[in-house]
Design a protein around this ligand. Structure first.
Ligand code: G
Ligand code: G
Ligand code: MN
Ligand code: NA
Length: 259
């Protein structure tokens, strides 16, 4: 595969870049941070989304140095926001971790290193792990996440609701945020919203809060959805209604605009 063999050189040449999509507090509409989403500016094919190359990088193992670069770069960016944005409270940064990064022995030390060198407080970082990556996870897999969590790093369960995890299983996972998959939000697109979808979201929010987990919803595309999700008790939202993923300065502007 051409893209696969081009990946290592692409990393060396600096062809990857990161877009940021705001995370918005549903209670007051303020921007609280952003999720980092990596892209590849390929010299022939133009901008490629993560769906095109993350699975290849995962397969070859290049995801480890690529993921380390994403973490380092987005933590650096978060520090820039913090410096330029003192009045509005600290902006947080969410970074995705792939399954191979989770099993890489350097995960904790690399993360500690990046945080220490940047000066970002651990509480401003949230690592997103998909539900499917943690299904059937044994203690060896959970240990590094637990260590990061004890340091104050937030751990989010991404794409929640698409896997088949036992809800009771949530208790033993070192996560403190649930990211409710876009498919739930999509069920609320029509008006009136699908009552079954509403019940499911209501149930998940109540379970999550009883386990001290915050709930972030993905894929919010309309103001009506945002309002409904706020009423259902969701804490944070992300989606095109607020902003598409964009360059770092755009996040800064959005955060300042509502400060
Ligand atoms: O918004 P978008 O098309 O960029 O994201 C598609 C998927 O790619 C999302 O599910 C997201 O979790 C994943 N993704 C984006 N950036 C990264 C990254 O840096 N690392 C990993 N492992 N996944 C990412
Ligand atoms: O981490 P993850 O799977 O969740 O990545 C987010 C993906 O969802 C990205 O591909 C991003 O472009 C996409 N996305 C973000 N907001 C919206 C939205 O409001 N609607 C839709 N349809 N997709 C979105
Ligand atoms: Mn994510
Ligand atoms: Na997701």
């Amino acid at each position: 595969h051409g893209l696969t063999t081009a990946l290592p050189a692409a990393l060396d040449r600096g062809e990857f870049f990161i877009e940021y999509q705001p995370l918005v507090h549903l209670g007051d509409g303020s921007v609280r941070g952003a999720e980092a989403l990596v892209r590849w500016l390929h010299p022939q094919h133009g901008v490629l989304g993560p769906d095109r190359f993350i699975p290849l990088a995962e397969h070859t193992g290049l995801i480890v140095p690529l993921g380390r670069w994403v973490l380092e770069e987005s933590v650096r960016q978060a520090c820039v926001w913090q410096d330029r944005h003192e009045d509005a409270g600290p902006l947080r940064i969410n970074v995705n971790l792939s399954p191979k990064q989770l099993t890489h022995p350097g995960l904790v030390s690399d993360t500690v290193d990046i945080l220490e060198r940047s000066g970002l407080e651990p509480g401003a970082l949230c690592l997103e792990v998909t539900e499917s990556a943690l299904i059937g996870a044994d203690d060896d897999l959970l240990k590094p996440l637990r260590r990061l969590s004890e340091m104050g790093v937030d751990i989010a369960l991404d794409d929640f609701g698409t896997g088949y995890s036992n809800l009771a299983n949530l208790r033993r996972l070192p996560v403190n945020v649930l990211k409710l998959d876009r498919s739930f939000t999509q069920g609320m697109q029509q008006f009136p919203a699908d009552p079954v979808d509403l019940k499911i979201v209501e149930g998940i929010v109540s379970l999550a809060h009883s386990l001290d987990l915050a709930v972030t919803v993905e894929g919010v595309e309309t103001g009506a959805q945002a309002e409904q999700l706020r009423e259902l008790g969701c804490d944070t939202a992300q989606g095109w209604y607020y902003a598409r993923p964009g360059p770092p300065d755009r996040l800064h502007e959005l955060a300042l605009a509502d400060a």
